[in-house]
Design a protein around this ligand. Structure first.
Ligand code: C2E
Ligand code: CA
Ligand code: CA
Length: 617
């Protein structure tokens, strides 16, 4: 075929001028020679020819490309190359051009979106950003779906905004990706699913089990004496034994069961729709199968196995928890005779209960599922309400209340005390504001834990909470345990002093238990001491306790501090603390901690009954 080029030649003066060269292959004497016919071009003609040449080159590239290339004007294809026709297995481009861009695709894309909508969005994005690349599934003329990578590039052609579309068939790439994914889900040595696949299968299975109320069994197994084999006979033998173990395990299971290798000589079983009885039989079958000697290169060795059994949903909420419990049961199995052991909740140490409680608590804080009860602190003679102590309340997801004595220590040891403290103060301020609006300007007292006191930005956060609610310092009071104030005293003193500058009153809680010295106490910027409940409880019967209370009251008085006696349950206790000079009291005798609504009723009265003073009793 002749080839036409536009090129340049030099005239006799050395000036360049445009030439159209026509190259043809000609057979001369049995040899192929190239003949060039050159024609000088005028400027005009030259420009035109050059354009034609560029177009020709473009068309050649367009046609020769292995990638399918199409030109899209809005929703209309205006051209496509041979590769596009081949890719879609159509007869000609006439089968493609009249169809809209989403017409060559299944109704839905793999991400679940309708092809029409997604295509429109992709095209819009390309027009906006001038370039857009994404994955797409097309349908070939014979009905087969296949994945492509689509690249859209915006071109300005003769004043029109055209999208240059490239489809790159990524069937092979996807297949490889899937293969790699597959590999990542199986244990290379035994071909069994690994932990990751087990996790995925478990998620689906536990969900279905929950929905359909079918029990799921989970077993955790490790091999006895496997380490010995590995150490004495070498890793190769160990590996062969493991492969053989995997083979035998599969032989013990039903089609629907999964056994996965978790690593080393640990295996886990996922048994759908399986009662405890069935699970025990499977465990016995597995143990029996592994009791047969293993023969590797003529040497026969004996193994054994221990299996822990757990039931879903009774023994755990997710795979991790189930496996943890199955692991505990497995250790029990090692002590026993049968080789397997069913998990009993008593086996779980407090640690495990704590871990799940921690998770629930974290969730509860995030969801603001912590509430507050309020307990008045009242004037010991008149019963006037001086302030209200806020006490955190939490109902765990299974509906049972968890007391602060349980969850506060967990919060303290896990750092959750910081968001919990923030939440408590937030709710306390909200409630204080509500009461203010109802005409009750009574301060709310919150407990601040020792851990919180060490947080460098505690003061800022407290002031911020107050500010956000438009409350002043005296609206909030803090109770800090004696032991907390004494730890790291320098820093604490500075923090407490700053809080007091803002009018926030500070009480020392559980006073008498922290063994602080008088000199330490003198430094503390505080307003009142709360005598610990334990002294109040026993002071009527135990003169030593009465003595301690008396000393505390004297001490407080000498330093200009008020004393609050807490935990007062009987009129005798009340009389005793009053005799010693306690001015404020708190306890079940006057009011139990109660919801904000009930406390509002007390606030309307402005005071509580003081029993044992002749009026109530
Ligand atoms: P606390 O600060 O010494 O609170 C007093 C506890 O004694 C409360 O228990 C209260 O309900 C109870 N109580 C009140 N009057 C009487 C009575 O007459 N007799 C008896 N036997 N008990 C009475 P609660 O609410 O279970 O709180 C226990 C502890 O948990 C609190 O002791 C406090 O240290 C901590 N706590 C509670 N809420 C929070 C909070 O929001 N943050 C922090 N950091 N700690 C909190
Ligand atoms: Ca307290
Ligand atoms: Ca206390």
């Amino acid at each position: 075929r002749p080839e036409i080029l536009v090129t340049q030649h030099r005239d006799a003066d050395g000036r360049l001028f445009p030439v159209e060269a026509r190259l043809s292959a000609v057979a001369v004497d049995g040899r192929t020679r190239i003949v060039m016919l050159a024609t000088a071009l005028t400027e005009n003609l030259s420009a035109q020819r050059r354009l034609q040449q560029q177009e020709r080159i473009f068309r050649q590239v367009f046609q020769a490309s292995e990638d399918a290339i199409l030109l899209l004007d809005g929703d209309d294809f205006i051209d496509c190359n041979e590769a596009a026709v081949r890719m879609l297995r159509c007869g000609s481009k006439e089968d493609i051009l009249p169809v809209p861009p989403w017409g060559l695709s299944p109704e839905y894309q793999p991400d679940g979106r309708r092809s029409t909508e997604k295509a429109r969005e992709m095209i819009e994005t390309a027009y906006e950003r001038h370039f857009h690349r994404f994955e797409w599934t097309h349908t070939r003329a014979d009905g087969e779906d296949f994945p492509v990578e689509v690249t859209l590039t915006l071109l300005e052609l003769g004043g029109r905004r055209i999208l240059h579309v490239v489809w790159n068939d990524i069937t092979e790439r996807k297949r490889n990706e899937r293969k790699i994914e597959e590999l990542a889900r199986y244990d290379l040595l035994t071909g069994l699913p690994n932990r990751r696949l087990l996790q995925e299968s478990a998620e689906a299975l536990l969900q279905a089990g929950e929905r359909e109320r079918r029990p799921v069994g989970v077993m955790y197994m490790d091999l006895d004496r496997f380490k010995d084999i590995n150490d004495t006979q070498g890793h190769e033998t160990g590996d062969q034994v493991l492969s053989e173990v995997a083979k035998r395990l599969r032989g013990c299971l039903r089609q629907c069961d999964t056994v996965a290798r978790l690593g080393g000589d640990e295996f886990a079983f996922l048994l759908p729709d399986t009662s405890v009885g069935q699970m025990q039989r499977i465990a016995e079958r597995v143990i029996e199968a592994l009791e047969e000697p293993f023969t590797v290169r003529g040497v026969s060795t004996r193994l054994g196995a221990s299996i822990g059994l757990v039931r879903y949903p009774e023994d755990g909420r997710d795979l991790a928890e189930l496996l943890k419990h199955a692991d505990i049961a497995m250790y029990r199995a090692k002590d026993g005779q049968t080789g397997w052991c069913l998990f009993e909740p008593e086996q779980a140490s407090n640690v495990l209960a704590r871990v799940s409680l921690e998770r629930e608590l974290r969730h509860a804080i995030a969801e603001r599922a912590i509430g507050l009860h309020f307990q008045p602190i009242v004037d010991a003679t008149s019963g006037t309400i001086c302030c209200l102590e806020a006490l955190a309340r939490w109902i765990s997801p299974d509906g049972r209340p968890v007391t602060p004595d349980v969850f506060i220590p967990i919060a303290e040891s896990t750092g959750l005390i910081h968001p919990l403290g923030d939440l408590v103060r937030e709710i306390a301020c909200e409630q204080a504001l509500r009461w203010r609006r109802q005409g009750f300007a009574v301060p709310v007292t919150v407990n601040v834990s020792a851990r919180e006191l060490q947080s460098p930005d505690l003061v800022e956060r407290i002031l911020d909470t107050l500010n956000r609610h438009g409350l002043d310092g005296p609206a909030l009071e803090l109770e800090i345990t004696e032991s907390a104030t004494m730890r790291n005293a320098g820093q604490n003193v500075a923090n407490l002093a700053r809080l007091r500058e803002h009018g926030i009153r500070i009480f020392i809680d559980d006073f008498g238990t922290g063994y602080s010295s008088l000199s330490q106490l003198k430094q503390l910027p505080v307003d009142a001491l709360k005598v610990d409940q334990s002294f109040v409880r026993d002071m009527v019967t135990d003169p030593a306790d009465a003595n301690i209370v008396e000393t505390i009251v004297l001490l407080a008085g000498a330093m200009g501090l008020a004393t609050v006696a807490e935990g007062i349950e009987t009129p005798e206790q009340l009389r005793a603390v009053r005799e010693l000079g306690c001015t404020r009291v708190q306890g079940y005798l006057f009011a139990r901690p109660a919801s904000a609504e009930s406390v509002t009723e007390l606030l309307k009265a402005g005071r509580v009954d003081i029993p044992g003073t002749g009026r109530a009793r």
